[in-house]
Design a protein around this ligand. Structure first.
Ligand code: SF4
Length: 326
């Protein structure tokens, strides 16, 4: 794969958003008045995703993560995974989901070759869950986690965005829950995707503060290596198999080692979550570009990866989080 010219690193991880639709309305992800979803015609067909994925894998992409919106709301996802699984050189296929539809899909996904899942879970309190996602869905998500574990989609990673005044008082509960089920839990710092404001600043809580709270609650954290751990620094909790990881894009930026590209559901390749720049994979008539052009775009996107983000000052990312795929 192309090595970034300005900052020597290998880009070998592609996140593919298969839909901008979601069955939740998380407050930090979507604006209160909702988003205009893309029409069916504007979304990449699975055949087109496969064409791009094949080129990307040939160029050096080793891991693909499917995202949304919520990827499980798109029909036939298992067929895409089945085809991706045949790509020679692709080592890992994972999925980021809100977990709500896992009870019905987990077995099928495991059968067609999905390796792992990440589930976004921001609270263990049913009322708060409803408040943030606008859906009373915690029981389904917890059932989904069990279904995934039973289907062998292990290790299961749980991602939690910490928001001061909303869920930072649940830190000990999250750790106990993780220990009880042997999950890999990850705390993620709140990212002010709409620029810095008093409201955003008051929600932010640093990973250092959370780590200190876990320790003062009496849990023992021992440094651990987690396969596919990405930017998280991980620790084993007490003497269990359960781990907790910390992702701190704001307080400890990991941009200089970021190895990922993002493909949006309408076929735009983005070098970075925190930049509005994106490359269109289609020509003006709406046809997917020829393979040599797609490869060129892949190289260009790699070379544009920045060595630092500017979350606090960037005002316009061109899209909401749900449209980029997190
Ligand atoms: S895409 Fe994820 S964060 Fe956004 S509304 Fe859906 S579940 Fe919530």
């Amino acid at each position: 794969m192309a090595i970034n010219a300005s900052f020597q690193r290998k880009v070998d991880y592609l996140r593919i958003s298969v839909t901008d639709r979601c069955n939740f309305r998380c407050k930090y992800c979507m604006p209160p008045d909702g988003v205009d979803y893309k029409s069916h015609d504007e979304i990449m067909r699975y055949e087109e995703i496969l064409i791009f994925a094949r080129i990307a894998v040939k160029a050096g992409i080793k891991r693909i993560r499917l995202t949304g919106g919520e990827p499980l709301v798109r029909r036939g996802l298992d067929k895409l995974i089945y085809q991706l699984n045949k790509l020679e050189g692709l080592e890992d296929i994972s999925l980021t989901t809100n977990g709500y539809l896992l009870p019905e899909h987990a077995n099928k996904l495991a059968r067609v070759g999905l390796d792992r899942i990440n589930v976004s879970l921001d609270t263990l309190d049913r009322e708060k869950f409803k408040e943030i996602s606008l859906v009373d869905g915690l029981p389904e998500v917890l059932a989904g986690l069990k279904a995934a574990q039973n289907a062998g989609l292990n290790p299961i990673k749980l991602n939690t965005v910490l928001i001061r005044g909303f869920n930072d008082n649940e830190v000990s509960d999250f750790i106990k829950f993780t220990k009880a089920h042997n999950y890999n839990f990850r705390f993620i710092e709140f990212m002010p995707l709409n620029g810095s404001s008093q409201d955003n600043d008051s929600k932010y809580i640093s990973i250092d503060e959370i780590k200190a709270r876990i320790k003062s609650a009496g849990f023992k954290l021992t440094p651990a290596e987690i396969p596919g751990g990405g930017p998280a620094t991980s620790y084993q909790i007490d003497d269990t198999q359960a781990t907790v990881g910390f992702i701190s894009p704001i307080s400890h930026s990991f941009c200089s080692s970021c190895n990922r590209l993002r493909l949006t559901s309408d076929g735009k390749l983005r070098p970075c979550l925190a930049m509005a720049k994106e490359y269109d994979l289609y020509d003006q008539s709406g046809n997917l570009l020829p393979e040599d052009k797609l490869k060129e775009i892949l190289d260009q996107a790699c070379s544009l990866k920045p060595d630092h983000h500017d979350f606090a000052n960037e005002e316009d990312y061109g899209r909401n989080m749900s449209q980029i795929g997190g």
